[in-house]
Design a protein around this ligand. Structure first.
Ligand SMILES: [Zn+2]
Length: 466
């Protein structure tokens, strides 16, 4: 069977075939780091981390790249408002991002490229597009010549002529055609800027992902992922830039997660219902939020509400309680009972069903149902007068193994996931950098209490489970 992925490009499920055997090259569009992330940004972070975890569970080596947009209009505005500089704003909210998603058990990307650290690659990319006739300079700005790319619109399944209706040239834009989009823009006096063949300026938004995907993953990647709202124009433009330059398919599979609503309303600034991750994880267990996010298939819309979150908490508790009860029973088990083999086979069957569900376009909603069925059977087993350690262990091992694929821990409150430990260590490093030694010591003591021993070495902080 193997993993099937719903590909936005073809609008159907396809068997996953990696470019290189056993490897996955995966690029996920990351945040613009001008503020704390809201719960809508948390969804792709959790969903695509789960996709990555599942690939890893299936023994794939995943080269996961997530970019940070660390210069753009929003950052410049935020820097002005806060009386700060763009690099400081970026640094602050990159750390906040890592902390926030780390709390959800999201693993750090293999590469976290930033626009400002890849400027020469971006300029080189644009320059080649100009040389090839796919882009042109106009008054210090550079635009992509959309009509020069024949299959423009293939991802969002719109024709160039359809798109043409409704598109218009805004005041101040110096385009040949309303569909052309910005690759490089000249900056106003005093704004953060870089030298380029077209004068001082900075890149448009779309170009960074094309340039960074090429640099870190190559001309063709396996999976490109992001929120559904990025399909058009962002991803459409990425395809145009990359395929015009490389003359190769850009990404073999395009994955998009669905929208999020807050208490059944669209999340919007005007409604004032922006839920920041930074705030909500103070009142809710991040594990519950993760569990909740995965209880709906990633392509479907999800409604984030206090009531549903409460439901998710109860559901997760049911699984954890079963695990706990199994643990208690261990003290009073016999070595072996007659129906051991039957139970073991049953548990094994659940594991296979879980894998089938995850293979089917990462259906975490159904995979969670399998965890519930497994939990129910564990409770039934615990009612038997005689239980064997063998069966108990098999229930426990399977429950925790499968939950961990989803980034969920069922084995007691105190056991931390590796990613959570790494996130806390990073927070401690930052605290020390900011001379907040009280917080740094607090983290160290807290970890120690939970059985994690830190060791500071010249090469950095190492940890082990004590
Ligand atoms: Zn992107």
């Amino acid at each position: 069977m193997g993993i099937q992925i719903y590909n936005t490009l073809t609008r159907q499920k396809e068997a996953f075939k990696p470019i290189e055997e056993g490897k996955v090259r995966m690029y996920v569009c990351g945040p613009t780091v001008y503020n704390y992330i809201h719960i809508g940004n948390a969804r792709p972070a959790i969903v695509f981390d789960t996709v990555r975890k599942y690939f890893q569970y299936q023994n794939y080596d995943v080269h996961y790249v997530l970019n940070f947009t660390d210069v753009d209009d929003k950052l410049i505005k935020a820097a002005n408002e806060l009386g700060s500089e763009v690099p400081e704003i970026a640094e602050r909210f990159i750390e906040a991002y890592k902390e926030d998603v780390g709390a959800f058990g999201v693993e750090e990307a293999v590469d976290h490229p930033r626009v400002t650290e890849n400027m020469s690659e971006i300029i080189e990319f644009i320059n080649t597009l100009v040389e090839k006739g796919h882009a042109y300079e106009s008054g210090g700005d550079v635009y992509f010549r959309t009509r020069s790319f024949d299959s423009y619109g293939k991802l969002s399944q719109q024709s160039i002529d359809e798109l043409r209706t409704g598109a218009r040239i805004e005041v101040g834009e110096k385009k040949e055609d309303p569909l052309d989009f910005t690759l490089w823009k000249t900056t106003k006096d005093g704004e953060i800027a870089w030298e380029s063949p077209w004068g001082e300026g900075r890149p448009g938004w779309h170009i960074e992902c094309s340039a960074m995907a090429k640099k870190y993953l190559g001309d063709t990647i396996d999976i490109h992922a992001g929120g559904q709202d990025l399909t058009f124009p962002h991803h459409e433009n990425e395809i145009a830039q990359s395929e015009a330059l490389n003359e190769k398919q850009f990404a073999n599979y395009w994955m998009h997660n669905g929208y999020i609503k807050i208490e059944n309303e669209k999340m919007s600034k005007s409604l004032g219902n922006f839920v920041l991750v930074h705030d909500i994880i103070k009142h809710h267990d991040p594990q519950v939020i993760r569990f909740f996010m995965l209880s709906v298939h990633y392509r479907h819309p999800i409604n984030f509400s206090e009531a549903l979150l409460e439901g998710a908490k109860n559901s997760l508790d049911r699984i954890k309680n079963a695990y706990e009860n199994l643990e208690h029973r261990k003290q009073s088990t016999t070595n072996q009972t007659e129906d051991d083999e039957q139970w073991i086979q049953k548990v094994e069957a659940y594991k296979n069903t879980f894998i089938e569900e995850m293979d089917d376009d990462f259906n975490t909603a159904n995979a969670i149902s399998v965890l519930f069925d497994l939990t129910k059977d564990a409770n039934v087993y615990l009612q038997s007068p005689h239980t064997s350690e063998h069966v108990i262990s098999s229930f426990q091992q399977t429950l925790s193994e499968l939950a961990e694929v989803l980034g969920i821990r069922v084995a007691g409150e105190d056991e931390l996931l590796d990613e959570e430990i790494d996130a806390l260590i990073q927070e401690r490093i930052d605290a020390r950098k900011n001379r907040n030694f009280q917080r740094a010591d607090e983290i160290r003591d807290d970890l120690k209490e939970r059985g994690i021993i830190l060791e500071d070495t010249p090469q950095g902080t190492r940890w082990k489970r004590g």
